[in-house]
Design a protein around this ligand. Structure first.
Ligand SMILES: [Zn+2]
Length: 442
């Protein structure tokens, strides 16, 4: 296509070691999303010998877009079972995990997180789970590294090795036992020379401190996220204090993931930032929220909602809500912005599009099929749909749920038990029918 004959200027941007060519329409208020050339999917470090920029350098220089949630997306696609959240999908269905990595990269993610959520040996042995016996934790974690590295190399992305909270902690077995679980996973991440480490999904600040301590031993950059909201952790430690403690434990990047919707997570992040500023601590900030709206969730987030985990669909955020979130997050000063449960590739694409200017005009390949603010609808055959091809329409829409007999909010379950309580002691035996009857009667 001849750019001159169309009256476009051509800009050449180099962002996050990716090269993309965007045509910019000087007459228009926004990038013309219909005219994007695919960015070069080669890892620049492999093509020109320059060292790959690490996560901390990327954060210093701009925005890092994370990927989205694997467990919820792969559960819906039939590769993961809700409950144990079966990270053995990396061994059983590598093609499904690889494809999802690719879709997030196509949507503009800068990072491929290893799909190692709940892949500690104690979790793979918990409550009748046989995964540690049939596959072994080591094999599951190794397969996760192979897949994340493969796709990250295709897209010039970084690999983050992720660990998460453990049943060992919940059962009160103490620091040494908990850290021993983390070390088994981390040993594999280090053997694979992943780019940085991420401790995410911690409900108790004490456990994430123990995780950070172990991650710091490796010398790799360390990110730490808790799955808490503005009310703080499950033992009453405020969100601000949690952030300060994570930073003091040595985390280079601090934030919140999962459990709450994007805007509730940002409320928590504001509290974290205020406390960090007050303590004169300045780690990079990170947020990876749910893509489900949770204004009615209590302290433990969406886990307590009666719809968790099989009927959350009416709560899913639209791409427009995610764009609003990405902008607000950036304005707070958060530079690592991604997603957790419910975040599909199109949500990550929305983050990429909203922050395109901040990434020097970078637009992901996935945006070739998405004209911003619905401009593609100009090609629609029905005139009332063509009328929706404008920003004001989508920006102001309050989507209906289509469920006239549903209330807009729910009453969360709140059993008031947390780590240290007998009811949360974990075991390797399978849950019995009788136990389920007793729980249902509560
Ligand atoms: Zn999540």
């Amino acid at each position: 296509m001849d750019s001159q004959s169309e009256g476009f200027c051509v800009f050449d941007f180099v962002i996050s070691e990716r090269r993309t060519w965007c045509k910019f329409d000087p007459a228009g208020p926004i990038f013309n999303f219909a005219h994007i050339y695919p960015h070069n999917h080669k890892n620049m470090s492999e093509t020109n010998g320059a060292p790959k920029k690490g996560v901390l350098e990327r954060l210093r220089d701009g925005v890092v877009v994370g990927d989205g949630g694997f467990v919820f997306a792969l559960e819906k696609r039939g590769y993961v079972k809700a409950g144990p959240w079966t990270p053995e999908a990396t061994v059983e269905h590598p093609e499904a995990v690889r494809q999802l990595h690719r879709e997030f990269v196509r949507a503009g993610a800068d990072v491929c997180q290893t799909f190692t959520f709940y892949a500690s040996d104690d979790k793979l042995d918990n409550r009748g789970n046989q995964a540690n016996k049939t596959h072994t934790g080591a094999k599951i974690n190794q397969a996760a590294c192979d897949l994340a590295k493969e796709v990250a190399n295709e897209g010039g992305c970084l690999v983050a090795g992720g660990i998460s909270q453990t049943p060992t902690y919940l059962s009160g077995k103490g620091k040494e036992a908990v850290q021993a679980e983390f070390r088994k996973q981390i040993k594999i991440f280090i053997a694979n020379n992943i780019d940085f480490l991420l401790a995410e999904y911690y409900e108790h600040v004490e456990e994430v401190e123990w995780a950070i301590e172990v991650l710091k031993e490796t010398g790799k950059p360390v990110a730490a996220n808790m799955c808490i909201g503005p009310e703080g952790d499950m033992h009453g430690v405020s969100a601000g204090e949690c952030a300060v403690r994570m930073a003091k434990a040595g985390a280079d990047i601090v934030g919140i993931n999962c459990h709450f919707d994007p805007f509730v997570c940002l409320e928590g992040m504001r509290k974290m930032k205020a406390a960090l500023d007050k303590a004169d601590l300045h780690p990079y900030l990170m947020v990876q929220p749910l893509a489900f709206m949770t204004p009615d969730a209590s302290k433990q987030g969406f886990i307590d909602l009666p719809e968790f985990p099989f009927a959350l669909e009416p709560r899913i955020c639209s791409r427009w809500e995610i764009m609003k979130f990405a902008r607000e997050a950036y304005e707070i000063g958060i530079r690592y912005i991604g997603g957790c449960c419910g975040f599909e590739p199109y949500h990550i694409r929305a983050v990429s599009e909203e922050l395109s200017k901040e990434r020097g005009g970078f637009l992901p390949e996935g945006s070739q099929k998405h004209d911003q603010w619905g401009l593609g609808l100009r090609l629609h055959t029905k005139p009332w749909v063509r009328a929706r091809a404008r920003r004001e329409y989508w920006e102001n829409l309050k989507p209906a749920s289509g469920r006239p007999f549903s209330s807009s909010c729910s009453k969360p379950d709140n059993w008031g038990v947390t780590a240290g309580h007998d009811m949360l002691k974990q075991k390797t035996d399978a849950t019995t029918e009788d136990e389920i009857k007793q729980l249902a009667a509560k």
